[in-house]
Design a protein around this ligand. Structure first.
Ligand SMILES: C[S@@+](CC[C@H](N)C(=O)[O-])C[C@H]1O[C@@H](n2cnc3c(N)ncnc32)[C@H](O)[C@@H]1O
Length: 331
């Protein structure tokens, strides 16, 4: 993780605050060009999330094949009371990659946190969702913060102090990180929540190949649209000329690496310009757009321990598809 950067803050109304760490001003150009020069060519999964990408992800969560969202929501409903007992009263609730803040709504009324801090890279979507959330929960103090959680290790200084910090990281987004990124991310969360803090995290588990492959290859083609939308986001950022019609969505479970791999395969020999540089694609060559690692519980608990957390509880569905872990900071 890198050090803190300048951010702008704005109080939209009494109790609703926006902070912008200026994700766009970071060296996105360098990051994107470096990824496209790798072999295989790679685009970081964070570039899925422009406004359209965030909307498409919300559509994915409603697909019949995409079991993680409904399974995690059922777990949050079923074990709400046990979660509340662990979080205690008046915590500072920090959600990483909050998206539409759908899952946290299930806990807010009962949890009554001191404040809610949604963190996300997709600025317009984050801010629109914070306004909606405030309308639905007028008593809730919200500090919506646009940042890249791979970069910013420190949160806005204006957050309420002296309350237990509970982090929430749903959606198995940890699976999008490489193993070493996962460890450094979890260590960053551990530093953020402090010695009295905790982390509630959703983790997708290893399961049969058929279920996994179907979840990332829905028949309606929404995941394909989501994958291809990354090219239009890149065009926007780097004045590029990727033509989404010349690439195809591909997703499969790599058993050896225990991960879903999502790719965009070039349908023909082509040359693409972006940020003033050109890239040659052979027909059949692919760009890696996402890895989504699947875990076995003991392996995840070991990772958490290495990051300074102890697993106090695991809640899991009957089919052992998805798990929620309650992790407490340990000294
Ligand atoms: C897979 S979605 C999960 C959304 C929601 N938490 C859920 O569980 O349904 C990942 C979310 O993390 C955000 N995100 C992705 N990369 C990020 C990054 N590097 N920094 C901050 N947010 C990021 C995306 O904008 C998106 O809202």
């Amino acid at each position: 993780m890198q050090g803190r950067v300048q951010y702008q803050s704005e109080q939209a109304d009494e109790g609703l605050y926006f902070y912008d760490f200026n994700v766009q001003s970071h060296d996105q150009k360098q990051e994107i060009l470096t990824g496209l020069k790798q072999s295989p060519k790679t685009i970081s999964a964070k570039y899925f999330y422009d406004q359209q990408g965030s909307k498409l992800f919300e559509a994915i969560t409603c697909l019949p094949e995409y079991y993680p969202t409904r399974t995690e929501i059922n777990l949050l409903r079923q074990y709400q009371q046990q979660i509340l007992e662990r979080a205690g009263e008046q915590c500072l609730l920090i959600e990483y990659g909050s998206g539409a803040s759908t899952k946290i709504r299930l806990l807010l009324d009962a949890l009554k946190p001191k404040a809610y801090v949604p963190l996300d890279i997709s600025k317009d979507f984050l801010f629109a969702c914070a306004v909606q959330l405030r309308a639905q929960f007028p008593w809730l103090e919200i500090h919506a913060t646009c940042l890249d959680y791979h970069r910013e290790a420190t949160l806005p200084a204006q957050l309420p102090r002296d309350f237990k910090r509970v982090a929430f990281f749903p959606g198995s987004s940890l699976g999008n990180f490489t193993p070493s990124e996962s460890l450094s991310f979890l260590r960053g969360v551990r530093a953020t929540v402090g010695d009295e803090g905790a982390l509630l995290i959703g983790v997708d588990l290893v399961k049969d190949k058929g279920t996994l492959n179907a979840a990332y290859n829905d028949v309606q083609g929404v995941t394909a649209q989501f994958n291809l939308n990354i090219l239009s986001h890149l065009n926007h950022l780097g004045d590029g000329n990727f033509n989404a019609q010349h690439f195809s969505h591909e997703a499969f479970f790599n058993e050896q690496e225990s991960r879903i791999e999502m790719h965009l395969r070039s349908d023909l020999d082509q040359m693409v310009y972006i940020f003033g540089e050109h890239f040659v694609f052979k027909a059949g060559e692919s760009i890696v757009t996402e890895y989504s690692y699947k875990f076995v519980p003991q392996q995840f608990e070991r990772l958490a321990r290495d990051a300074g957390f102890v697993s106090h509880k695991m809640w899991c569905d009957a089919g052992k598809n998805f798990a929620l872990f309650w992790l407490e900071a340990e000294g």
